[in-house]
Design a protein around this ligand. Structure first.
Ligand SMILES: [Zn+2]
Length: 253
């Protein structure tokens, strides 16, 4: 099974790995799916939790965006009566903030991830779980950090597809690195896994996250976390064994 998780894009494949990979691709049909597919997007282009108009942006377009956002953030600080131009700690802050949004915090709105590769399940019929995937996101309402963990489980169908393990992390990055509403983010990740793994018997995604907009502003409650779950197929009904095995495995504390 491990051989099915060789990353087709990796430059680190040694020769024997490459031979194994070639044998597998020759023996089976492998397919590549791009997550640029519109059907994976749940909200309108341009929304904070959607992709930007013209997605994916070129490097030049991103540089132009950073220049514009830098100027605008300087004005934002002016409105707050912050003398950022003369403060050695703040004079570069408008550019730092603009770059952080475009390259990191909202990267999923501007930059595509590598194509997702899936492979035949080859008779494996157990649950596949990746737990504790780190999540860094930002709430669309307050632009405060959301931090937590994503747990993903699915069951491939007979003759169905398994997905390269690190690609689950990349799906989390694609949808997490944007504005987010945790409920919608949970659904977006679930639907992406569901689409990539054709004929699966079920997909389940649980996110456990803390929201700085709860801990640092408004009610200011530290330590409260939000748990959301989107499940389909074999995981859908309460009290079924697949759902129990998943929650036993992720051991939410
Ligand atoms: Zn918020």
């Amino acid at each position: 099974m491990d051989n099915y998780f060789i990353d087709n894009n990796s430059e680190e494949l040694n020769q024997s790995d490459q031979q194994i990979f070639d044998d597998i691709t020759e023996k089976f049909v492998t397919r590549r799916k791009s997550l640029l597919n519109d059907e994976l997007e749940l909200v309108r282009t341009g929304f904070a939790n959607g992709v930007a108009e013209g997605f994916p942006l070129s490097n030049e377009e991103k540089e132009e965006m950073i220049d514009k956002a830098e100027l605008a953030f300087g004005e934002f600080l002016d409105a707050l009566k912050c003398d950022w131009r003369d403060d050695p700690n703040s004079m570069e802050t408008p550019r730092r903030v603009a770059k952080a949004y475009v390259n990191d915090l909202w990267a999923g709105r501007y930059t595509a991830i590598t194509p997702i590769t899936s492979f035949p399940s080859d008779g494996y019929d157990g649950i596949i779980i990746e737990r504790d995937i780190p999540l860094t996101s930002m709430c669309s309402h307050h632009h405060q950090v959301i931090g937590g963990l994503v747990h993903i489980g699915y069951i491939a169908g007979e003759g169905g597809q398994v997905i390269g393990l690190s690609k689950l992390n990349r799906i989390v990055e694609l949808f997490g690195r944007r504005g987010a509403i945790q409920e919608q983010l949970t659904t977006a990740i679930h639907n992406a896994v569901d689409k990539v793994c054709d004929d699966n018997k079920g997909v389940i995604v649980t996110i456990v996250a803390t929201h700085n907009c709860v801990s640092c502003r408004g009610v200011k409650h530290q330590g409260a976390s939000m748990v959301t779950t989107k499940a389909s197929g074999a995981f859908r009904d309460n009290n079924n064994l697949a759902r129990k095995e998943f929650f036993d495995s992720i051991n939410i504390s």
